[in-house]
Design a protein around this ligand. Sequence first.
Ligand SMILES: [Zn+2]
Ligand SMILES: [Zn+2]
Length: 262
Amino acid sequence: MSASLNKNQITSGLNEEEPLPDMKWRVLKACQWCAQRRRRDEEPYQACGACKEVIYCSKECQKAHWPLHKGPCRVSVQFQKTLRDEKGRAKEIAVFKKWHSTHWTVLTHTFMCALNYAAEPSIAACHFLFITVSPKPNHHSRSIPTAKKYTVTGAFVLTEAEGRGIMAANGPGQADRILNNIEASAEHQRARGKGNTLGRMLLGLEMEDGSRVLDCVTLQLPRPELAMASMQNSAWGPDDDWLSHLKRALENGVVFHSVAVP
Ligand SMILES: [Zn+2]
Ligand SMILES: [Zn+2]
């Protein structure tokens, strides 16, 4: 990457009207090469077009400084990019969490169908439901509601060992850490007198940059007899093609009131 001196480049991207600490003010107003200070009646000095972190009184000074600045410049450009990427990633994950919490009734129903929980409640304790999703191409658009930003690409019932394998991909010790968290929240539920069985769900988000994010959620399952009633009252039960039903329900915003935990 080469640095260029853009005409009209705003020096360092900082607003000149904003009060700045004295030291910063002095640094920002001095040419990085000849240390000449800008007078207040002068045009703003132009910043390095790549990092925008240093300014020069002239093109000559910038050229003279470049062999020295080249290295640090590259480092700061990379650092700025990492910061932007991290911000974007954190934002994406927050939207994804909002998406799956919006759909908790559908996901709970799916969990019960996929594992046939009503018929065999103990299955919830030793299995996971794993759902993979990817963002829709236009999901950044504000006109797409959060509830519709992602598409389900797959869903699988996993054994304890398979679930651990997927969690371990997040790093060493991750499976234990996640499972301990789940156990702690079950403990908390019991202490509050809510003895609901917890369904364990893993949600895999395929990010646009190709990286994956794994989120783990617990679902409070209704008592088996209520779960059975909920199956019987809904259009899809354990024998149905629950994945197609799930996809349709997420698109159409179906809400299963009957699944709500009493
Ligand atoms: Zn200079
Ligand atoms: Zn630079």
